[in-house]
Design a protein around this ligand. Structure first.
Ligand code: ZN
Length: 237
């Protein structure tokens, strides 16, 4: 250990770090300490461990915790653990770039589905139907090209229905994929928040415990001083 330069050796990877880059084993949270002890059974509380190793141990601890509580880890859980270890954001915008990445067919499907599900479409369609029937009933302008019972109109309607259904389904499938991405993102953010809050709790508990210990030792010191003072007074009298 190069103690004269203020550098310390990490107990896990045995590399040399400055004091700002390491943490004592007893200063890390209980979960991280447990993972450290599982890896290195004879590690001492006053030994130093570098921050990357602390992050790695914390990840190991959380991995075991998740596995114990829920069984197999999913790819999403792995992503969350990875982001916890590296300290990167897990939330991404599922909507960003989604609409721009559509192919021409997908854009057309979305446009048809949007138009097909609007009042404009319904009113326009009713208008066309009425005009078609009126023209063929009266022979006005175009003559009776599709007389009662409007068999050509039937064919046109069937064709429109047959085409519209798969186009709407296409658009819905894309919407579903988008929703799935969104819910996956929500899951990751929630899991990460839960784990971070748990970590925060552990840190706070550790801190409170330390403070309580310090307070108790100060109190002990005060009592000793008082006793000493009382003894001194007694001897003088
Ligand atoms: Zn290390």
């Amino acid at each position: 250990m190069a103690a004269d330069t203020g550098d310390v050796t990490c107990a896990v990877c045995h590399k040399t770090f400055s004091l700002a880059e390491v943490r004592r084993v007893c200063d890390s949270t209980p979960g991280t300490q447990a993972a450290l002890r599982a890896q290195l059974p004879d590690i001492q509380p006053d030994q130093h461990v570098c921050l990357p190793d602390i992050a790695r141990m914390r990840r190991l601890y959380l991995e075991q915790l998740l596995e114990k509580e829920r069984g197999e880890l999913t790819a999403l859980d792995e992503q969350v653990l990875q982001s916890l270890e590296t300290g990167t954001l897990v939330a991404d915008e599922p909507d960003a770039g989604w609409d721009d990445a559509r192919s021409f067919g997908e854009r057309a499907a979305d446009a048809v589905a949007r138009f097909g599900g609007s009042w404009t479409f319904i009113l326009l369609f009713c208008f066309i139907l009425i005009v078609w029937m009126l023209v063929n009933a009266t022979g006005f302008i175009l003559g009776r090209f599709d007389p009662y019972p409007f068999i050509l109109l039937n064919l046109v309607l069937s064709c429109i229905a047959a085409l519209q259904a798969p186009i709407i389904m296409m658009s819905q499938r894309r919407q579903e994929a988008k929703d799935r991405l969104r819910s996956e993102n929500d899951y990751k953010v929630n899991l990460k928040a839960e784990l971070e809050i748990r970590h925060l709790h552990e840190k706070l508990d550790l801190h409170l415990h330390r403070q309580w210990e310090r307070l108790a030792s100060i109190q002990r010191l005060q009592i000793e001083l008082l006793e000493e003072a009382a003894r001194g007074d007694g001897a003088r009298n």
